[in-house]
Design a protein around this ligand. Structure first.
Ligand SMILES: [Zn+2]
Length: 411
């Protein structure tokens, strides 16, 4: 695929595409058409997602503060004192009792569990940075796996600039009200297949949805375009192993597309020998990364290969928060390729994720290296990667999937 074609795909699909929205479906249909234009049949596989709306209000000492209710949180009207939870130590948690608790960042399963145990009444989270040029408030949801097994409570999200002002004021009285309207919607995976000589297959995944505040150029139109380019390559060069391409929906809502895929295709899991996921490639600044949820031999192999080919790849064994993970959780060696932008670029999950930070030369370099690696695997007499997940990685998967509480206090 040429740089010009890659650029055109970014231009065409670079709109907000949240999981379960009509824009996401529009993007899915466009991707299906692009796959079929390359001569490969594609199907849309739908799965149900929550599509609640949550009306919310927040008053600080009688003054209204802009907020968005957590979709899926408990309905309620709470009036109480504020507590700023700045650490997860036992003292701080003990001080949450009967308070509305504010903390920076989002909320996970163990944070909600801690708030419940400590007797908190409601929570306030934040998004954004103090130097943003807007006061955007992200439309958050209390994901079903966070609520599962946990008592629910009302929650709202505010901009971090407001959070700083609120904390500085030491307010006496906080009022929160939340009211949900439960709805469901459909999200879609776009699935394509290139038949090889063997029935056993390699799966390529990349999510094409975005978060509400972002056009999701880097995260992750880049990866979706990446696997489209790989599909184009293999359509022209028939592989030994069969190849499955899954453009995943609703990744940003908790890997819902890839989870739905492995659930719906339980009987085909045995055939999958490797999952290659792309999530965030092609930035101007940043370090190419391959994160392997696999045995160490793959890490070593990739390090050697990158040096031989002259590609500046950092390789790690670990769990990457993306669509490779539900496959690894099913025992399939899985890996994610990314080009990790420096932290201070702050271009993920906000309106700064635009073409301004992308580089078509790097897109091409990333796609070329991944295609070269995929070609070796797809044309291997036998895929050498052990179909096993080391115990250390299983433990990381348990933590990632909230089956095991991580050791560190900050969660
Ligand atoms: Zn992503």
């Amino acid at each position: 695929m040429k740089k010009r074609e890659i650029q055109d795909l970014f231009d065409e699909l670079g709109f907000i595409r949240t999981g379960g929205s009509k824009e996401e479906l529009k993007a899915a249909k466009m991707i299906k058409k692009h796959v079929e234009d390359l001569g490969v049949k594609a199907t849309l596989e739908s799965f149900e997602v929550e599509a609640d709306t949550c009306k919310a209000q927040l008053y600080i000492d009688g003054q209204k503060v802009a907020c968005k209710g957590y979709r899926g949180c408990a309905d309620g009207e709470i009036e109480a004192e504020l507590f700023y939870l700045s650490n997860n130590d036992a003292y701080s948690l003990s001080a949450c009792k009967d308070k509305i608790v504010l903390f920076t960042g989002g909320i996970g399963k163990f944070r909600l569990e801690d708030l419940n145990k400590s007797g908190a009444l409601a929570f306030i989270t934040t998004n954004g940075t103090l130097i943003d040029d807007t006061d955007d408030i992200d439309d958050k949801e209390l994901r079903s796996y966070i609520r599962e097994g946990n008592k629910n409570m009302p929650g709202v999200n505010i901009n971090i600039k407001d959070a700083a002002k609120i904390i500085a004021k030491r307010p006496k009285n906080i009022k929160i009200s939340t009211k949900n309207e439960a709805k469901t919607a459909l999200s879609h995976n776009v699935v394509a297949y290139i038949e090889g000589e063997l029935e056993d297959e390699i799966v390529f995944t990349a999510h094409y949805d975005s978060v509400p505040l972002s056009c999701g150029i880097y995260d992750n139109l880049s990866g979706a375009i990446g696997i489209l380019a790989i599909l184009d390559h293999f359509k022209k060069h028939r592989p030994h192993y069969s190849l499955r391409f899954i453009f995943c929906g609703s990744e940003e809502r908790g890997l819902l597309g890839s989870k739905a895929y492995v659930k719906a295709h339980e009987e085909e899991i045995e055939k999958i020998k490797l999952c290659i996921n792309l999530d965030m490639i092609g930035t101007t600044l940043g370090t190419p990364l391959a994160m392997c949820t696999s045995e160490m031999k793959l890490v070593d192999y990739l390090e050697y290969t990158a040096l031989i080919e002259g590609y500046p790849l950092r390789v790690m064994q670990g769990v990457y928060s993306s669509d490779s993970t539900p496959f690894a959780d099913k025992g399939i060696p899985a890996m994610t390729f990314a080009r990790i932008a420096p932290n201070d670029m702050l271009i993920i999950h906000n309106h700064y994720d635009t073409m301004a930070h992308m580089d078509m030369g790097h897109m091409k370099d990333d796609i070329d290296f991944i295609t070269s690696f995929a070609t070796k695997m797809a044309n291997a007499k036998v895929i050498p990667v052990g179909r096993t997940i080391p115990d250390k990685m299983k433990e990381k998967l348990d933590e990632y999937n909230c089956r095991k509480r991580p050791d560190q206090k900050v969660i």
